[in-house]
Design a protein around this ligand. Structure first.
Ligand SMILES: [Cu+2]
Length: 499
């Protein structure tokens, strides 16, 4: 059930409180000018293609502090990469060598992780690749995977949540020649639009509010104000009727169920790791923290339409009364709210053709798998006492390697969730395919390459993958819940790939 905009506006009234009341908070309402209600032009991050030096693509990146103005004249202290909030879209090409120079200009150590990339563990930017203050870290690696919308973000041990929350994240596009024949919309900022979705909470003075309550600790940090590419109440002026949206759920904890205001169909064309075999028509798409998708939306000339979050589909085990239902409600995913607006008043009529076939994503057969690993996500018994965020009964220990994977072997991981809420499970270094959810094949929109998969309460998800190209017995990769507060609290583990 989705509210129409008219009903929504009527239900919240016309006062300043309307901006934030539907999302359950009033602390910034007084400071908000209602004329800004989805009228702020969507910020399009700079595209950074680096410089080619001796055949390598070189990027200069600085992690730094800045001041942002998300809500009118409120000054918000933030952090970003080569800017005050978030970072540029880094564009690399399959097959090429990249060399990133990452300078830490913050007043605390940090790391920068290349989420979704297959690379040597010491280049991964996880908790072991700490960049001390005032120093430069220079990972170099080869891009060995197909075109996809990847991303990068801080991954500092116990500090990932707060650092990403303040803005240390950005997108990384992998381009690939084989994509060009498909003639998908690909004019950056014109008909190929990045949308980094993040929800934020603010203090009265404009600063970001982080981790004020036990709720924030247990459910993860959520906020009442939606930022898209760092723009609050964003509006995008549609320029081409068929527009490709590259969505990243860059939120710390919130899971979105995305759809257009009128519930029209759109086409999903890509998952985390690249294109689907063919476009998948849908009206709603669930995107958990860390996940990406690409969709094609057809806008009608003259229209003005909102992108919405609507309540998550009910899962049998997380619905109903008791702890499960309560956790679902507390997770704040049971009420609809608008995310941003698309203004197609200047858009011409549709002329473009949509390809019926895209590119077959890589897959593995279960008969090739040589190992079956079991992973269980749990939140311990002390729910009200700070809980115990664990994987297989153990909280993350940076000095413990949880298991060793053999280079090149195909493995099935069976991920269970014995906690009362859903967790997005992410594995570093690899892309995988989802085999089944509780024994049933995944929906068509999940039948592509993934590096993060949402595992609902009580569910069992099986994935299949192969750890390729890089082995290092000493440097581990991470696997973890991508609700950053859960990760920071211990829902993470480490594995090494050995030759
Ligand atoms: Cu979690």
């Amino acid at each position: 059930m989705m509210l129409t905009r008219r009903k929504f506006l009527r239900s919240v009234g016309a006062g300043g409180i309307a901006l934030v009341a539907p999302l359950g908070i009033a602390s910034v309402a007084a400071a908000v000018d209602t004329s800004a209600w989805f009228r702020n032009p969507l910020r399009i991050p700079a595209m950074d293609e680096g410089r080619i030096i001796d055949g390598k693509r070189v990027f200069d990146l600085a992690m730094q502090y800045g001041t942002s103005h998300f809500i009118n004249n409120l000054a918000t202290p933030t952090a970003g990469i080569n800017g005050s909030y978030l970072g540029p879209v880094l564009k690399v090409k399959r097959g090429e060598d990249v060399h990133l120079k990452v300078t830490n200009r913050l007043s605390e150590p940090s790391t920068l992780h290349w989420h979704g990339l297959n690379l040597p563990a010491i280049m991964d930017g996880g908790p072991h690749q700490v960049i001390p203050m005032g120093t430069t870290w220079e990972p170099r690696f080869n891009i060995r995977q197909p075109a996809a919308t990847q991303w990068y973000h801080a991954h500092m041990y116990h500090r990932t949540g707060i650092q990403v929350y303040h803005g240390l994240a950005g997108l990384l596009y992998i381009d690939d020649d084989e994509l060009h024949d498909l003639q998908l919309p690909s004019e950056y900022g014109v008909d190929d639009i990045p949308l980094v979705l993040q929800d934020r909470a603010f203090n009265q003075d404009g600063s970001l509010r982080y981790m004020g309550s036990m709720h924030d600790r247990m459910i993860g940090m959520m906020g009442p104000v939606m930022l898209v590419n760092g723009t609050a109440f964003a509006s995008f002026k549609v320029q081409k009727p068929l527009t490709r949206l590259r969505l990243l759920n860059g939120s710390n904890a919130r899971i979105y169920n995305l759809g257009l205001e009128d519930r029209r169909e759109f086409l999903q064309i890509a998952t985390d790791g690249g294109l689907l075999a063919q476009p998948v028509a849908m009206r709603n798409l669930v995107l958990a923290p860390g996940e990406r998708c690409e969709i094609l939306v057809e806008f009608k000339p003259g229209e003005d339409i909102l992108l919405w979050h609507s309540p998550l589909p009910r899962r049998s085990r997380s619905s109903g009364p008791g702890m499960m239902g309560m956790m679902g409600m507390m997770a704040g995913n049971d009420r609809p709210f608008p995310i941003m607006r698309f203004d197609a008043s200047q858009s011409p009529a549709m002329t473009r053709k949509i390809p019926a076939q895209l590119l077959e994503p890589r897959s593995w057969s279960t008969t090739e798998a040589v190992r079956n690993r079991r992973i269980n996500l749990d939140m311990g018994m002390g729910m009200g006492m700070g809980g115990g965020f664990r994987i297989n009964g153990k909280a993350m220990d940076i000095n413990r390697i949880d298991f060793r994977v053999r280079l090149g072997e195909i493995e099935i991981w069976e991920i269970g969730n014995s906690s009362p809420m859903a967790h997005p499970f992410h594995i570093h270094d690899t892309q995988f395919r989802i085999l089944d959810r509780d024994g049933k094949p995944p929906g068509a929109g999940e039948q592509g390459l993934k590096d993060t998969v949402l595992v609902y309460s009580g569910e069992r998800v099986r994935i299949i993958t192969q750890f390729e190209h890089y082995a290092d017995a000493r440097a581990p990769y991470m696997f973890h819940c991508h609700i950053l507060e859960h990760e920071d609290a211990g829902m993470m583990g480490q594995f090494v790939v050995v030759a």
